[in-house]
Write a protein that binds this ligand. Structure first.
Ligand code: GTP
Ligand code: MG
Length: 180
């Protein structure tokens, strides 16, 4: 057995249906992207091992359903979460407007011991579409929202083009580790 301690970090990914939660995870863990949309039902997790400084950590990333009719997560699901990843689509205003709801829902369900310091991360996904010409949420607007919520780190990503995906998840892992 390794002398080093292995740490399991539980990460929960939330956001509207179709913003690319599953795609981001598939890109990160399997280096794969599919154009086809297949709604997530309930929740499922993937794991990824990574080394942070001298620590070996296992990220357990929980993908959830954005579609309301497929949501069936109880309080137990959120228990022990070390980080919450919020995802929206930079081309869809509604997916940005509902971030408050996802944020509130997480806090209500997970009930973290210290709301002020609990690590959230925001991802603005699909920046590749139309070379950025169809985006409706500016980077500034997103960053303002992050400041308002207590300086949440923000990444603009593309699951399709694999832009910023590794960087975002590394930040997520570090935030989760610090909170653990
Ligand atoms: P639910 O499971 O319903 O909550 O949706 P989701 O958030 O998991 O979305 P999903 O990853 O299934 O992606 C929805 C659609 O958007 C799929 O057709 C993906 O191929 C597409 N998609 C996801 N990410 C990107 C991206 O970065 N760029 C582009 N162009 N398309 C993307
Ligand atoms: Mg999904």
């Amino acid at each position: 057995m390794s002398a080093r301690r292995r740490t399991l970090l539980k990460v929960i990914v939330l956001g509207d249906s179709g913003v690319g939660k599953t795609s981001l995870m598939n890109q990160y863990v399997h280096k794969k992207f599919s154009q086809q949309y297949k709604a997530t039902i309930g929740a499922d997790f993937v794991t990824k091992e990574l080394q942070i400084d001298d620590k070996l950590v296992t990220l357990q990333i929980w993908d959830t359903a954005g579609q309301e009719r497929f949501q069936s997560l109880g309080v137990a699901f959120y228990r022990g979460a070390d980080c919450c990843v919020l995802v929206y689509d930079v081309n869809v205003m509604k997916s940005f407007d509902t971030l408050d709801n996802w944020h509130d829902e997480f806090i209500k369900q997970a009930n973290p011991p210290d709301i002020k310091t609990f690590p959230f991360i925001l991802l603005g996904n699909k920046i590749d579409i139309d070379g950025g010409n169809s985006r409706v949420v500016s980077e500034k607007k997103a960053k303002d929202w992050c400041s308002m919520k207590g300086n949440i780190p923000y990444f603009e990503t593309s699951a399709k083009e694999d832009i910023n995906v590794d960087a975002a998840f590394l930040c997520i892992a570090k935030a989760a580790l610090e909170n653990e």
